[in-house]
Design a protein around this ligand. Structure first.
Ligand code: HPA
Length: 238
């Protein structure tokens, strides 16, 4: 048991999928896992552990934004021995060739700042995905008939950002999409000798203002969960 996770020692699997939304964690666990057991509900942040194709998996919410994700990822890595963390979440597209429902595999995550800034100080550490997970996810997507975009994303601190110039700079540098968690997930995985990946679905488009209706979000979320599970177990663990 940690400050924010009520699970007993051993109740968290080495592989953890992390949606931002705790209700998505519940839905994914009930849809994809055999015998899902609720292992955390502290502050309503739901976590479940069950089996997928005979392998133990935990699906645990991260909350929104890097400070929230950092709390759960730190406790999962440091106290529960998690070895593989895969974020499954939504993002806003930043390039014209990226469409609604498209899947993005975040190779790198740029940011203005992360909770790790206190450690890195003047260093510009480059948060990047684990290559084994990234390439396994690309293969898993193509087995499902999905062609993912693979490239850099932007992990923003502010959803209602009043500095449009920051997005413009990201767009000019080919950044595919914006979300709010991956950069710190990658920092923490590197720090703790674990591997991480963010698999994202485009829920809205910053340039066109288009947004995915709620009714269509479930299917694209299901694709992400399958890609993440397949990637976790078809690539060698660290
Ligand atoms: N901005 C930041 N995070 C997001 C967005 C966005 O437009 N869409 C989904 N997550």
């Amino acid at each position: 048991m940690t400050i924010h996770i009520g699970a007993a020692p051993g109740q968290i699997a080495e592989t953890v999928l992390m949606p931002g939304d705790p209700y998505r964690a519940r839905w994914a666990a009930q849809t994809f896992l055999e015998d899902p057991v609720l292992v955390n509900d502290v502050r309503g942040m739901l976590g479940y552990t069950g089996l997928w194709q005979g392998q133990r998996v935990t699906i645990h919410g991260s909350g929104m934004g890097m400070p929230s994700l950092s709390i759960y990822a730190n406790e999962l890595l440091r106290d529960y021995g998690a070895k593989t963390l895969i974020r499954i979440g939504s993002c806003g597209a930043m390039q014209p060739h990226v469409g609604l429902r498209d899947i993005i595999l975040a190779q790198t995550a740029s940011s203005l700042s992360t909770p790790s800034r206190g450690i890195f100080r003047e260093l510009n550490f480059a948060p990047c995905a684990d290559f084994g997970l990234l390439s396994a996810a690309a293969q898993a997507a193509s087995a499902l008939g999905i062609r993912p975009h693979v490239g850099g994303i932007y992990s923003a601190d502010i959803f209602y950002d009043e500095r449009p110039d920051l997005n413009e700079i990201m767009v000019r540098h080919g950044i595919l999409a914006v979300e709010m968690e991956a950069a710190e997930l990658y920092n923490l995985a590197h720090r703790h000798g674990a591997r991480a990946l963010a698999v994202l679905t485009v829920s809205d488009h910053l340039q066109t203002g288009a947004a995915l209706p709620a009714s269509e979000r479930e299917q694209s979320f299901a694709d992400m969960v399958q890609i993440a599970l397949q990637a976790a177990f078809s690539s060698p663990a660290p």
